[in-house]
Design a protein around this ligand. Structure first.
Ligand SMILES: Cc1cc2nc3c(=O)[nH]c(=O)nc-3n(C[C@H](O)[C@H](O)[C@H](O)COP(=O)(O)O)c2cc1C
Length: 368
């Protein structure tokens, strides 16, 4: 029986050869000064173009949203040109690619920002636990500076401008990163949003920034080219959501009528987001699990078979298996990724994982 992951998908805005998405993954290889993607980034994504849909690593809309060394931007002409080479490579290989729009909010450090600027966030709530990675190693977080209302509005405009640049760079669409404890989720969560202006104060206030970003981006490039990623109840990066069901039902109910390309839901925590939100979302839904081990083929198949999502995204398996759909189709063995080579560096651990047809790949196959 054909795996449900390998069936073609014909949705309202997406026509894809299979239901396997490549999940967004930061690789820290951009030029740290210019924010231009690494010259090998085009090859890296082109190697993975057999994914039904590629979502890029997070890309900043303003340098204040940059989370660490080697994270790319999509603001300057040089950055747009760098990404243009990436989209050309993926399109030449027959793929579809969305750019992830990512502002980290408080999840950064003055050493990662120009002129030692303080990180900005909805409220001055410092991360107490895990340190943050900088070019001087792991350091304790500083207390972020609360955005003024005008700064929040300017940041929404930055997201819209980034979406426009993404289209200039040839992307098929963009994904707004509303997950994993970064800026947008910092506005959504009770513990990180203590504002009293229109971007806080009540559930509707906490939702306002996310909704304004999505609406501004959709107005800029058309809703059919916009996805939204969320991770309800994900405690990562010291997020504490008191009422995930109330928050995310309200968010999804407000976003659904916009007619976006998709909703991308990371299932994590006790809430059971996919089952709860699926009936409320009328468009394409992408599922993702975020556990300690890379998610298995079987787990994605079960989600699709249960009707909880239309597509399923894989992260870590795509780091080390550029031809993941072919491996799922044939049951070929999977390469494991080398954890020390995930972030930063050059080709090693980036573009040198073998596909099945490659010399090393054939050797693996003949052994199996
Ligand atoms: C190295 C790495 C970098 C990641 N970077 C991002 C990112 O930039 N944006 C994002 O939304 N999620 C990011 N994630 C989360 C993945 O998109 C995905 O949710 C997670 O890896 C779980 O899927 P998996 O079990 O298939 O790996 C990252 C994960 C990894 C392993």
């Amino acid at each position: 029986m054909t795996s449900p992951l390998l069936l073609p998908y014909d949705g309202p805005h997406l026509t894809l050869p299979n239901r396997i998405a490549m999940a967004p993954m930061t690789r820290g290889r951009a030029d740290d000064v210019t924010g231009v993607p690494h010259p090998l980034t085009a090859e890296y994504y082109a190697q993975r173009a057999a994914a039904g849909l590629i979502v890029t690593e997070g890309i900043w809309p303003t340098v204040l949203g940059k989370g660490g060394p080697g994270i790319p931007g999509l603001v300057t002409d040089a950055q747009v040109d760098g990404w243009h080479a990436v989209t050309e490579g993926v399109h030449a290989a027959g793929g579809t690619i969305f750019a992830q729009l990512w502002h980290v909010g408080r999840m950064t450090h003055p050493l990662n920002l120009p002129d030692g600027a303080a990180p900005v966030a909805p409220s001055p709530v410092r991360i107490e636990g895990e340190p943050i990675y900088t070019n001087q190693g792991n350091l304790a977080h500083v207390t972020p500076r609360a955005m003024t209302t005008a700064e929040a509005e300017a940041t929404i405009a930055d997201f819209a401008a980034e979406a426009r640049n993404a289209v200039r760079a040839g992307f098929d669409g963009v994904e707004v990163h509303g997950a994993n404890g970064y800026l947008i989720q910092q506005f959504l969560a009770e513990n990180t949003n203590r504002r009293t202006d229109r971007f806080g104060g009540s559930r509707a206030g906490r939702l306002r920034f996310a909704l304004d970003v999505v609406e501004a981006v959709a107005a800029e490039i058309g809703p059919g080219r916009v996805g939204l990623r969320i991770s309800p109840h994900n405690p990562e990066n010291e997020i504490a959501e008191e009422d995930p069901q109330g928050t995310y039902r309200a968010l999804v109910d407000a976003v659904d009528p916009l007619g976006l390309a998709y909703l991308h839901v990371i299932e994590r925590g006790a809430y059971g987001a996919l089952a709860d939100l699926r009936p409320r979302w009328s468009g394409t839904l992408i599922g993702n699990f975020n556990g300690t081990e890379p998610t298995s083929q079987r787990a994605g198949e079960q989600v699709l078979a249960a009707g909880l999502a239309d597509l399923f995204s894989y992260g870590r398996l795509f780091i080390s298996n550029p031809d993941l759909p072919a491996r799922f189709a044939t049951g070929a063995p999977l390469n494991a990724h080398v954890p020390g080579l995930v972030y930063g560096g050059d080709a090693e651990g980036y573009t040198d994982y073998p596909a099945l047809g490659d010399r090393v790949g054939s050797a693996v196959r003949s052994l199996s």
